[in-house]
Ligand binder design. Structure first.
Ligand code: ADP
Ligand code: 5GP
Length: 182
């Protein structure tokens, strides 16, 4: 199974995914490539940081399951290589989700859209994380379009208000899928 977690910047994707992976050894988190600069305080292993030429060579060599440009930077998922029988977790944008849905059979994809309780809460979380104001503004500007696109693609929508509750809801969806339902 491929679990795709989408949602606007600051909604809590990274936080939720980190909890999921820490609590379930049967999940395998994909590490994306990006041309974006590392944020202050961002762990070295959050992404594989590359320059644009390196990224483009990898695209030309068909090295990505999906890739997209988001706010001027390139992001891509290398072809997943989970060890063992683990389910793959992708934390990607909605353009990437669309490509995954086109490439992976629907019954093998669990597509989750995390939604902020409100744009104000999203802005607060971006500020709290220390995003520079102009970057935070851009992420807030594109948020409504991202949410609309995710909903149109049929994602399961979860409002990330209480973190524990969000994690539990996602875990329940994963369990249902593994059991052959949902
Ligand atoms: P994203 O990966 O979607 O850009 P992050 O996971 O970096 O978002 O979260 C942005 C900020 O919001 C972080 O400081 C994180 O600790 C905080 N956060 C995430 N989920 C919640 C939540 N449910 N309630 C309150 N704060 C949250
Ligand atoms: P950020 O710069 O905030 O880390 O990420 C910006 C956006 O790019 C987020 O929506 C994030 O989920 C998305 N993203 C991260 N990695 C990938 C990837 O490999 N592919 C795609 N399509 N989007 C990604």
């Amino acid at each position: 199974m491929v679990i795709v977690v989408c949602g606007p910047g600051g909604v809590g994707k990274g936080t939720v995914v980190a909890r999921l992976v820490a609590e379930d050894p049967r999940l395998w988190l994909s590490r994306s490539w990006t041309t974006r600069a590392q944020r202050p305080g961002e762990p070295d292993d959050a992404y594989t940081y590359v320059d644009r030429a390196t990224f483009e060579r990898h695209v030309a060599a068909d090295g990505f399951l999906e890739h997209a440009e988001f706010l001027g930077n390139l992001y891509g998922t290398p072809w997943p290589d989970p060890d063992g029988e683990r389910d793959v977790v992708l934390e990607i944008d909605v353009q990437g989700a669309q490509q995954v849905l086109a490439r992976v059979p629907a019954d093998q994809v669990l597509f989750i859209l995390l939604e902020p309780p409100s744009p104000e809460v999203q802005a607060e979380r971006l500020r709290g994380r220390g995003d520079p104001p102009e970057q935070a503004e851009k992420r807030i500007e594109v948020a409504q379009a991202e949410l609309a696109a995710g909903r149109a693609l049929g994602a399961v929508r979860i409002v990330n208000d209480d973190l524990d509750r969000t994690v539990e809801r996602v875990q329940r969806l994963i369990a249902e899928r593994r059991a052959g339902g949902g």
